[in-house]
Write a protein that binds this ligand. Structure first.
Ligand SMILES: Cc1cc2nc3c(=O)[nH]c(=O)nc-3n(C[C@H](O)[C@H](O)[C@H](O)COP(=O)(O)OP(=O)(O)OC[C@H]3O[C@@H](n4cnc5c(N)ncnc54)[C@H](O)[C@@H]3O)c2cc1C
Length: 582
């Protein structure tokens, strides 16, 4: 009876385009994998261990047909209702493709809200011109920062189509009441990391901070478009647990032609795909074994903040890991290969202090470690600033400045500010900026003193190990500022300001912030999954953060919002269009 009524509900949903759901998450976990790290027989890893398999690489028992309660069919089955999955679905469905979305989450989910794009109508509205020739140069520099390891074909698709796809998104989202704004650009005094305003935020009057509230609104607008405007169906609360290849669960021959989801009552539902299965299941930062194998540096660096308990498929803004890598595992089980480049951690938050280049800047003044030493050229962005902290003793550093620093520029952007303040966030005046420092002192996150000796004494109570070295570093820095030459890291003279006018300020940073791990299944530039010989597996595609070989080593925010805008946006849109016309 229950099965019949559920079937009736779902087919009705498919017919009318309303959302279908199989119930809550309880009991919906995919096939469990042993989370213990692998080892040889003595429990000690050695070179031979590389030949061994991790438990997540071993396919579970195939689900038998007799366990499948219901079957649905479409041309394209998209797995995952994050931004990547929903953009793929909408792009394909609006060109007439028959698309089903199957997702483990209970709604469209996303996080953040910076969407990279260039040559867009939003930029034109603010007289910001970035041509493809300009972008070619930025991209060459960025690909060089990743040693040209990334799949340049995917980047070329972004170079050639970002403008058209971001304009499409702007129009689609405007139809659902979302406005667009632009985060301020980043200016590197040396030019290397400069990027004009290219991160698009989507916002409403109720939620004006698009950089943090935009993406969840974007993805649910896409769900709305897919279901209500295009008549598609999203099966929520339905974790996919196995793919079918050649008609066989976890098969390794023929085309991938469907997938099987486990629903709340423990039964299985099969989704047949005549053209393609698109995996868009997010990252794998919630699986410790996968992190150990594919992202060992990230696991070591962030092991104390990452959590590896039961997956939460609805996780949005979070700093302790996101998804359990189900899509990656299922693709491996049917013969897909892992990407060739190292997986790229996305981290942010450099040394704390007033950032002259807006919220994505590192603090450009003295960045000092607990030994009282500067450790790099500080004039970088907050991601590179964060990576630099991870190499410092106890991952602990201090930013130091004086009260005059506030007058080094007329206004101060903070997180939420947008070009021309279209969302109502107005940059701070110097007076407001000083007030914000004092608020931080009140909150205990900044320190303040009338003399440099007092300031380093406070820092000594907060982890600074060598006050003499710290004072020498500050005095040396003041000499560099006076002479206009930094004798250590040669910081651009335009950023050398003496620390000489009391009161003096400092901020402490411990570690940096983990966001996600980018990468996964090896794909060609058309996002088609490849096997170990680089041959495409017919019918299987991946997109979103799990896209293979997208980044050369780390996600560095030089292209702010590249994942939401470039990968979940441009590449997913192009994939949807290609599949629709295939
Ligand atoms: C706090 C924070 C802020 C961020 N801000 C930004 C930003 O501003 N700009 C940016 O570019 N990037 C940002 N990121 C990175 C961001 O997470 C990704 O860019 C983006 O959300 C990835 O989208 P996705 O669609 O690939 O995956 P997700 O958004 O993770 O979506 C995956 C979907 O797949 C579903 N799923 C998982 N497993 C299964 C399964 N077995 N079966 C069916 N469905 C499944 C999930 O439930 C979900 O619906 C941020 C990350 C964090 C942590």
């Amino acid at each position: 009876m229950e099965s019949i009524s559920r079937r009736s509900f779902v087919s009705g949903a498919a017919a009318t385009g309303i959302l279908a759901t199989f119930g809550g998450l309880a009991g919906c976990a995919p096939q469990a994998v042993d989370s213990k790290a692998n080892s040889n027989s003595e429990g000690i890893l050695d070179a031979n261990s590389l030949e061994q398999k991790w438990s997540f690489e071993v396919p579970p028992e195939p689900i038998s047909d007799s366990d499948v309660a219901e079957t649905y069919s479409a041309e394209i089955v998209v797995v995952g209702s994050g931004l990547a999955g929903m953009v793929t679905a909408v792009a394909a469905a609006e060109d007439g493709a028959d698309v089903i979305v199957v997702s483990a989450s209970s709604k469209g989910i996303s996080r953040g809200g910076s969407n990279f794009g260039f040559g867009t109508k939003a930029q034109q509205a603010h007289d910001i011109s970035i041509t493809k020739d300009d972008m070619r140069v930025y991209m060459k520099s960025q690909l060089g920062q990743g040693s040209f390891l990334a799949d340049n074909g995917k980047w070329a698709d972004i170079l050639n189509h970002s403008s058209e796809v971001m304009d499409w998104e702007i129009d689609k989202l405007a139809s659902k009441g979302l406005n667009v704004s632009l985060e301020p650009g980043f200016t590197d005094p040396d030019g290397v990391l400069t990027m004009p305003a290219a991160a698009h935020n989507f916002f409403t009057d109720e939620l004006p901070l698009g950089f943090k509230d935009g993406a969840p609104q974007q993805v649910n607008a896409m769900v709305d478009i897919f279901t209500n405007d295009l008549g598609g169906t999203v099966y929520f609360d339905s974790p996919v647990v196995q793919l079918t290849r050649g008609g066989v669960p976890n098969g390794i021959e023929g085309a991938v032609d469907g997938c099987i989801a486990k629903v709340a009552d423990g039964s299985y539902v099969k989704f047949e795909a005549s053209k393609a299965v698109v995996l868009a299941t997010g990252d794998f930062s919630r699986d410790k074994d996968m992190m150990a194998k594919y992202a060992p540096w990230t696991l070591k660096t962030f092991g104390d903040v990452l959590t590896f308990d039961e997956p939460d498929y609805n996780v949005e803004a979070n700093w302790s890991g996101l998804m359990p890598g189900d899509g990656h595992k299922m693709a491996l089980w049917v013969g897909a290969a892992w990407q060739k480049t190292p997986c790229a951690p996305m981290v942010c938050n450099g040394c704390a202090g007033p950032t002259r280049q807006g919220p994505m800047g590192n603090f450009f003044g003295i960045n000092m470690n607990i030994k009282g030493k500067r450790y790099f050229n500080e004039t970088t962005n907050f991601s590179y600033g964060g990576f630099a902290i991870t190499n410092q003793p106890k991952q602990t550093v201090f930013g130091i400045w004086d009260s005059e620093y506030v007058n080094t520029q007329a206004s101060w952007d903070y997180y939420g500010c947008t070009v021309d303040a279209v969302n109502g966030c107005v940059p701070f005046t110097p007076e407001e900026m000083t007030a914000s420092w004092d608020a931080n002192i009140e909150a205990g996150t900044y320190f303040k003193a009338d003399t440099l000796e007092e300031l380093v004494a406070i820092l000594a109570e907060n982890g600074l190990e060598d006050t003499e070295a710290a004072l020498k570093t500050i005095n040396d820095y003041n000499r560099y500022a006076e002479q206009g030459v930094d004798e250590e890291f040669r910081v651009n003279p335009s950023e050398l300001f003496p620390i000489s006018t009391p009161p003096f300020y400092a901020a402490k940073s411990v570690g940096t912030q983990f966001l996600t791990i980018c990468g996964g299944i090896r794909t060609n530039s058309q996002m088609q999954a490849l096997d170990a010989s680089d041959n495409p597996i017919q019918g299987l595609y991946t997109t979103g953060i799990m896209t293979g070989d997208m980044y050369g080593n780390v996600y560095n925010f030089v292209f702010p919002g590249l994942n939401l805008g470039g990968v979940c946006g441009t590449l997913s849109y192009l994939l949807g269009k290609r599949l629709a016309t295939q």
